[in-house]
Ligand binder design. Structure first.
Ligand code: NOJ
Length: 742
């Protein structure tokens, strides 16, 4: 990438100096400590090991790690958890010469013991308070179990459903992603670090990891600077502005330079232009991985490049531990950079209060009490039902009708528990999970007979269970079939080329459909999936994602009508893998737009599929209906200093209370850089009783009209802007325009 389009607002050392002015006492303590530290002890603070086995049986690795901890050569451990273990290991660190406490970190991605819906599912709620609550409960549990630091939120914009890690993010939109990044950081950290009900958060993976080529994990990224700044960086900036304590860099290259060795990203942008005062941890082994990438000759070279580029802590590659001291002694690494990295890490230990009480997070009574707090499960259930998206509901098939006394509950995931939690749940209590079958049985009670048949496995070709499933369907009034991915089919290192429903699940659906019974399909998974037969023929489809431990109850709430679903897709569901990239805001008019369906000749189109997705970004139905009316735009023209109010009436015109996510999109039809057909600029989630109406107002200012031009300046260009208000990116109900004056 062409480096440094932006004048640096300060040197990379500026941030610590700035913070020093604000917190002279802490900075002074760090300075004193730095003066006492040997070179090896300084390098030690930059070293992070994974140590699940530290409290387990004897092994050489365990001995080495314990020795390193006792001699001040480790700054942080990941994967040690629980009060007992973290306390024991902290005690070892306190045997070191300077008694510097360790930071304990873990991937607390969507819950610690009580598992919430996966982040992509939570994003589908478009409910920032619910998302913040999910992060808060996770943090409270983790902090009670001795954890200081979670490697979340992942704020990578994820537009490629082949990439398994889309499950861990907020989907394909930058604006929504930035709002969610902020909500999750505040949820994990609380207002200020140091509370025992909060942990440090980590904005990852800096940067552009979501754009890995071909949707393949750990792959290269090649993109324009405009794309980087406009689409991929804003959620990171939002996290930084919300005070996120740490950043993690990423496995990918960006335009040829590994993110871990990327000075532009880490020094110029993050620590320079953004004046970020926290520290950057490498991703697992990513410093060492610069060797196989072909960017560093060996691990010593990698260590030198990573430190110079601004990677402060080395997760598990041992490159800093083994080489940094020598590099400094040989004059190949700058001790000022080392000191700066140490300072950034120590600052967080001070802010957490660990120097005053290294066992602050080690209270067994609190651990027991918080991990058994029934409120946590209630919160998980609330969030899970908000995350569900109703994709189809012909003839008001849902909610389940009272007269249906015999319900066939079919499918490989109906009685599964583990799959509901999804991936990234290292400390989940899987005994807490309620299956979909059990959730329904408890909710519907003895007056509804449930007939269960598995039908088939998620993976595999066997159809031997079909006959039993068909028989169950035939003897029932309606069928609920659960299909999708198992918990380990999306997540890290789970890229797929085929995102169709695995195995023979769609065939099972077709066999059930042939019975003529009403068929309700529940889809579980960690990414957009393709299920065209189901989409065409099912009577109702509810997307439950991986809903977490309370998924069975939450699903029963929604299917029974106790709760009216209001989730909307945060990521596009394609019809075919070949349509990818298909994110809504990657759609342009082109010089040859398709003007009517089927009009493909010499147009920007496919000859074998439409351009449109199966389910668009922002889409999701409700058991009620909403109308949009009375659009008013406060002024036809505005100057750069003015704002404009976009107002309309939203009415619940259906029979039950519900929530609608009203969305504001914008198009800049003529600009110095071609703009997408639609960009989300605002949204509101609104609760309305039947017949109730509310006036909704969105405010547009110059910032919302701006984009990065070819000189990478953030500009709003005078001229007309088209405004679209709707219920989904492909369901625009009101249109207007406004002109920006020169
Ligand atoms: C690798 C993943 O990319 C990262 O997100 C995670 O936090 C670390 N492993 C630690 O488990």
């Amino acid at each position: 990438m062409t480096i440094n389009h932006f004048p640096l607002l300060g040197l990379f050392l500026g941030a610590p100096l700035l913070a020093a002015a604000q917190q002279p006492a802490t900075e002074q303590r760090i300075t004193t400590l730095l003066q006492q530290m040997t070179l090896a002890e300084k390098v030690g603070q930059l070293n992070q090991y994974s140590g699940r086995e530290l409290t387990g049986p004897a092994s050489a690795r365990k001995d080495n790690q314990l020795n390193a901890i006792r001699s001040g050569q480790v700054g942080s451990m990941l994967n040690v958890r629980g009060v007992q273990d973290t306390r024991a290991i902290q005690a070892e660190a306190l045997k070191s010469r300077l008694r510097i406490p360790l930071l304990f970190s873990l991937d607390v991605i969507h819950g610690y013991k009580t598992i919430f819906p996966i982040p992509l599912a939570e994003a589908a709620s478009w409910d920032l308070a619910a998302i913040r609550l999910g992060a808060h409960v996770a943090a409270r549990e983790a902090a009670a179990a001795g954890i200081h630091w979670t490697f979340a939120p992942m704020v990578d914009v994820g537009r490629d459903p082949r990439w398994g890690r889309v499950m861990e993010g907020a989907g394909e939109d930058t604006y929504l992603g930035a709002q969610i990044a902020r909500a999750r950081v505040l949820g994990f950290q609380g207002e200020k670090l140091g509370g025992t009900d909060a942990v440090m958060a980590c904005a990852k993976h800096f940067a552009a990891y979501g754009a890995a080529l071909a949707g393949r994990d750990y792959n290269a990224v090649d993109m324009s600077s405009q794309q980087l700044w406009e689409t991929y960086l804003p959620p990171f900036r939002a996290a930084a502005d919300a005070g996120v304590a740490t950043f993690m860099n990423s496995f990918n290259t960006l335009n040829g330079v590994p993110a871990t060795g990327n000075r532009y990203l880490q020094r110029d942008v993050l620590k320079g232009q953004w004046q970020y005062p926290g520290f950057v941890v490498s991703d697992w082994g990513s410093i060492g991985e610069m060797v196989p990438w072909g960017y560093a000759a060996d691990k010593a070279d990698a260590a030198q490049k990573a430190l110079a580029a601004g990677s402060d802590m080395d997760m598990e590659s041992d490159a800093y531990h083994n080489h940094l001291a020598q590099l400094v002694q040989e004059g190949k690494a700058d001790v000022a950079l080392l000191d700066e990295a140490v300072r950034r890490i120590l600052r967080k230990k001070f802010e957490l209060g660990l120097f005053d009480d290294p066992y602050k997070f080690s209270n067994e009574k609190r651990e027991k009490q918080v991990l058994n707090d029934p409120q946590n499960r209630l919160a998980a259930r609330q969030v899970a039902r908000k995350a569900m998206v109703l994709l189809k509901n012909d003839h008001q098939t849902l909610p389940l009708r009272r007269e249906w006394r015999r319900l066939a509950v079919i499918g490989p995931l109906a009685k599964s528990k583990r799959d509901l939690d999804g991936s990234w749940v290292p400390e989940a209590d899987t005994t807490l999970i309620t299956s979909i079958y059990d959730g329904l049985a408890q909710r519907l009670g003895p007056q509804t007979q449930l007939r269960y048949a598995k039908g088939c496995e998620v993976l595999g070709e066997s159809r031997t269970g079909f006959a039993q499933a068909v028989a169950a369907a035939q003897s029932a009034d309606a069928v609920v079939i659960t299909v999708g991915e198992t918990w380990d089919m999306s997540g890290e290192a789970k890229s797929r080329t085929d995102i169709g429903l695995p195995g023979v699940q769609e065939e099972l659906f077709a066999a059930l459909k042939a019975t003529g019974k009403p068929i309700i399909v529940v889809v579980l998974g960690g990414r957009p999936l393709i299920f065209n037969t189901i989409a065409d023929q099912a009577d109702a489809i509810l997307l439950a994602w991986w809903p977490g431990a309370e998924g069975g109850h939450a699903l029963a709430d929604v299917l029974s009508g106790d709760y009216n679903p209001g989730g909307k897709l945060p990521i596009t569901f394609p019809r075919a893998v070949g349509q990818i990239p298909i994110a809504y805001n990657q759609q342009y008019s082109t010089g040859r737009p398709v003007t009517k369906p089927g009009d493909t000749r010499y147009k920007s189109a496919y000859i074998d599929a439409p351009n449109t997705p199966r389910y668009a970004f922002g889409y999701g139905l409700s058991y009620t209906t909403f109308t949009y009316s009375d659009l008013s735009i406060s002024r036809p023209q505005l100057t750069a200093a003015e704002t404009v109010q976009v107002q309309f009436t939203l009415t619940n015109t259906g029979p039950v209370a519900g929530e609608e996510v009203a969305q504001l999109y914008l198009r800049d039809p003529v600009a110095s850089t071609v703009r997408p057909l639609k960009e989300l600029k605002d949204f509101q989630k609104v609760a309305l009783k039947p017949g109730e109406r509310k006036t909704i107002t969105f405010t547009l200012d110059k910032d919302k009209l701006s984009f990065y031009n070819q000189q990478l300046a953030w500009v709003a260009e005078p001229g007309e802007f088209q405004l679209m208000v709707g219920s989904a990116s492909d369901d625009i109900r009101l249109r207007g325009k406004v002109e920006l004056l020169p």
